[in-house]
Design a protein around this ligand. Structure first.
Ligand SMILES: NC(=O)C1=CN([C@@H]2O[C@H](COP(=O)(O)OP(=O)(O)OC[C@H]3O[C@@H](n4cnc5c(N)ncnc54)[C@H](O)[C@@H]3O)[C@@H](O)[C@H]2O)C=CC1
Ligand SMILES: O=C(CO)COP(=O)(O)O
Length: 332
């Protein structure tokens, strides 16, 4: 039986642990707090992040990372992007030598501008062939409720991608494999920034034409950046690109879209942050790193630029809209 350690017990870590267990994988979760680990083990519910969802009784949880990692074939990294490096530094010693490392995080590290698989390779010293990324239209709660969805597992080693695919395929969760780790990670990180922009537009009161225009032009800038970094455009036209972009930009369950909506309807960064109740809206930090990454590759990303300026330079949403529409007109 495949054994997985899921490190991080937020909404997606918990929902994905349920998927793994439903697929017949032996799962141990790690939670930062003892209290949450005990609740998951004893009450089979994550009352903090996925209240009302019954977890399989086979899932156990611990606040001791070495207990969770003991004998793991697959190590699922489910903490927010900006905390991955510090957490990994503590976990590296206990990670089994041949385990596959699977990142669920959708962000680009600030400062280093590294993708999550690059951070994992740097901190753990693992060969890139052991590192995989999972990304797609996967809002946590509907998946935990068993609503059908598909995803992409990207790994340069197809054997490892297949191993993960088998460990999480269920009657409601359909994983596809891919070898394009860059495309998968860029799609996942960048769509959060575009979802912030859609939220802002929606908060102002704009409707479907505006949102569809932002999604489509957002995809154009994601493809520009992805292909400059070596991603395949077809990955970005698939589940980890268009699929996730549509789900996140359209859903009121998205933390990024909701965060943007609060800003668009006149809320401050502080109030939007407070209203998120500790849940991470990755795009708020990644807009800055994606923008810097694009700049270093001489790639134009006007929507990302606008989101960065609203979140971090005090630009108002109406002024950001004015700047975007005031740009030079050009062919599509
Ligand atoms: N929630 C969702 O629907 C989806 C989330 N993701 C991605 O999964 C990653 C994790 O997100 P969620 O599970 O949604 O998180 P969440 O926002 O529900 O919860 C954050 C989790 O990370 C923990 N955490 C926060 N700061 C930490 C730190 N410094 N060290 C260790 N743990 C820390 C919290 O205790 C909590 O368990 C993110 O990159 C997110 O973009 C991907 C797909 C779906
Ligand atoms: O990545 C997600 C869906 O695929 C979740 O998006 P949010 O982090 O905006 O909730």
């Amino acid at each position: 039986m495949t054994r997985a350690a899921v490190l991080g017990s937020g909404s997606w870590g918990t929902a994905f642990a349920k998927v793994l267990a439903d697929a017949g994988t032996d799962v141990t979760m790690w939670a930062r707090r003892d209290e949450l680990a005990s609740t998951i083990s004893d009450k089979h519910e994550n009352t903090d992040y996925l209240p009302g969802i019954s977890l399989p009784t086979s899932i156990s949880a611990t606040s001791d990372p070495s207990t969770a990692l003991d004998g793991a074939d697959i190590v699922v990294l489910a903490v927010p992007s900006q905390s991955l490096r510090a957490n990994l530094a503590e976990w590296t010693e206990s990670i089994p030598a041949d385990a596959t490392l699977l990142s669920l995080a959708k962000g680009i590290e600030t400062g280093t501008l590294l993708r999550m698989s690059q951070v994992i390779a740097q901190v753990t010293g693992a060969d890139p062939s052991r590192i995989a990324s999972l990304s797609g239209p996967n809002l946590a709660r509907p998946i935990a409720e068993g609503q059908p969805a598909a995803t992409v597992i990207a790994c340069s080693d197809s054997r490892r991608a297949l191993e993960i695919q088998k460990s999480c395929a269920t009657g409601y969760f359909r994983p596809y494999t891919n070898t394009d780790v860059i495309g998968c990670e860029i799609g996942g990180a960048c769509k959060n920034v575009i979802a912030l922009a859609c939220g802002m537009a929606s908060g102002v009161g704009y409707g479907e034409n505006t949102l569809a225009s932002i999604m489509t032009r957002g995809l154009a800038e994601i493809i520009r950046l992805g292909t400059a970094l070596g991603a395949s455009a077809s990955t970005l036209a698939g589940l980890a690109g268009v699929g996730d972009l549509v789900a996140t930009c359209s859903s009121t369950l998205s933390r990024n879209r909701t965060f943007g909506e609060r800003l668009g309807s006149g809320g401050s960064m502080e109030s939007a942050q407070k209203a998120a109740h500790g849940q991470v809206a990755e795009g708020v930090k990644s807009c800055t790193s994606v923008r810097a990454l694009a700049e270093s590759y001489d790639v134009e990303m006007p929507l990302t630029e606008a989101v960065h300026r609203v979140c971090h330079e005090g630009l108002s949403v109406p002024d950001a809209v004015g700047h975007l529409l005031g740009r030079r007109i050009k062919p599509e």
